[in-house]
Design a protein around this ligand. Structure first.
Ligand code: NAD
Length: 460
């Protein structure tokens, strides 16, 4: 596939300086916002076709999220793009210094299928706000949304500025052979590794938003009804296909029965007796993932749910318990509507276990006890964390959202997205005079005096 011509055109466009004007960036962001609004219906239909998302879910977690990012960027663009004055050491007197955010250049954004609009256009908002050109690659597994995004972008931006390239893994690897100035990838840890190694060949910096097994830990003093509702909401949103969904729940043995019952009650309240008929309940993205999920529960002790319909790619909200330590369900990120409940007698057991796992994208702890909250935050590392709720830590704009270790690097949302696509350029301006001879060789003072002078000026 011939991508070098497209990227050369984008690079020429970038170097022409047309993306730099801050008012121009505002216009582009407004155009994107208007296009989102005028295409709302087609986007809702596409998200429904790809993932059976209800209008409410699709608006809150996709279209509305991107619109919110745009509005936030428009509000803060002046301050984000402004050079920040820096007071430098006396050694450099007289001088004035600043850090100026500058665009990286030509960016590549690769998105996953689970939030196919938000995770593609959200980063794009950061790329445009920061003054970049961008090639955007939607996931092939959400084809309706991918096509709708391609049309929407094609209608408002020339391809030398923003281009959507649709395709599968071959397309993605073809793109990655080219030199970009930054890459923003959202997807699995496995593919994240491949993206980073392809980027290394060109020394291209990467932001990686990856996956992981986010634990939820429920202590005996938690408000059980509310905890259950918040876990069920976070877990079964988009049929469990959410990177920050609680993967598994650790529950204090003393409240296990109560929590189990409260979770089942919440599932009934949210999705009715037959979630397959609920407009609020999603579908598994494709047959490969459906079969993978079914294999994970085959043989497991199902407490609730387990109903499946391959033709409809439907898998009911499912609770499993009493899993063996080496059960496949506990080995990998589930990324579907299956919730393993794991009991604990002692919090140290949870901490010891979680510390042997790869660092997850999020950690959730449910307890009133501030000391226990702090202990869990201190002893279990994660990209982000939310106490007494799930997922809510990423609904705002100014908490950077990102992973750590195997769950990713770099961050997005609000200013963090702008920063992901910016280079912080340090600039110092100096007059020609004064120009004291002392700074140049040969040395004019003894070594001890030289050290004292450097210390005096804060340079040592
Ligand atoms: P994926 O890694 O399979 O695919 C993501 C994108 O990468 C797709 O556009 C795909 O075409 C492309 N791709 C596939 N093979 C590639 C390759 N060899 N080189 C480059 N690109 C390639 O992920 P997915 O199945 O679409 O999404 C699910 C995963 O994404 C889960 O692990 C989930 O946790 C993670 N995720 C993370 C976040 C986050 O913000 N951290 C958000 C959503 C999903």
């Amino acid at each position: 596939m011939e991508f070098s011509a497209l990227i050369a055109r984008q690079r020429a466009f970038f170097l022409s300086g047309q993306t730099l004007d801050v008012n121009g960036r505002r216009q582009s962001l407004r155009a994107l916002l208007e296009a989102l609004e005028s295409n709302e219906q087609i986007l809702l239909e596409s998200l429904h076709a790809d993932l059976h998302k209800s209008a409410h879910d699709a608006f809150a977690s996709e279209i509305g999220m991107v619109a919110g990012e745009i509005r936030h960027a428009l509000k803060h663009l002046s301050s984000w793009t402004r050079a920040k004055k820096i007071r430098e050491s006396w050694m450099a007197w007289p001088s004035s210094s600043c850090v100026r955010p500058e665009p990286m250049g030509v960016a590549l954004i690769i998105g996953p299928w689970n939030y196919p609009l938000q995770l593609l256009l959200g980063p794009l908002v950061g790329a445009i706000a920061a003054g970049n050109c961008a090639v955007v690659k939607p996931s092939e597994f959400a084809p309706h949304t991918g096509a709708a995004v391609a049309r929407l972008i094609g209608d408002i931006f020339p391809p030398e500025f923003i281009a959507v390239v649709q395709g599968d893994e071959t397309t993605a690897t073809g793109l990655l052979r080219e030199k970009f100035d930054t890459i923003f990838f959202t997807g699995s840890t496995r593919v994240g590794r491949e993206v980073m190694s392809a980027a290394a060949k060109h020394l291209t910096p990467v932001t990686l938003e990856l996956g992981g097994k986010c634990p939820a830990i429920v202590c005996a003093d938690a408000d059980i009804e509310i905890t259950a509702r918040r876990i069920v909401w976070g877990k079964f949103l988009n049929a469990g296909q959410t990177c920050v969904a609680p993967n598994h729940v650790w529950v204090d043995r003393r409240i296990e029965r109560e929590l189990n019952a409260a979770i089942i009650k919440a599932i009934g309240e949210f999705f009715g007796d037959d979630p397959q008929r609920s407009a609020a309940y999603g579908r598994i993205i494709n047959r490969r993932h459906f079969d993978r999920l079914c294999a994970l529960i085959d043989g497991a002790q199902i407490e609730y749910g387990g109903v499946r319909d391959a033709d409809d790619l439907y898998l009911a909200p499912t609770i499993v318990s009493r899993l063996a330590e080496d059960a496949p369900l506990l080995a990998e990120e589930i990324f579907g509507p299956i919730l393993p409940l794991r009991m604990f007698d002692d919090l140290d057991q949870v901490i010891t276990n979680e510390r042997t796992q790869q660092v997850p994208l999020a950690m959730y702890a449910f307890t009133h006890d501030r000391k226990i909250q702090d202990q869990l935050l201190n002893e279990i590392r994660s990209g982000g964390a939310c106490i007494n709720d799930t997922i809510m830590h990423l609904v705002g704009r100014e908490l950077p959202f990102g992973g750590l270790g195997e769950s990713g690097m770099g961050a997005s949302h609000g200013k963090a997205s702008f920063d992901a696509f910016s280079h912080r350029r340090s600039i110092m301006r100096r007059p020609f005079k004064p120009d004291p001879a002392m700074r140049y060789p040969p040395a004019r003072v003894g070594f001890a005096a030289f050290k004292r002078i450097l210390r005096f000026f804060g340079a040592a």
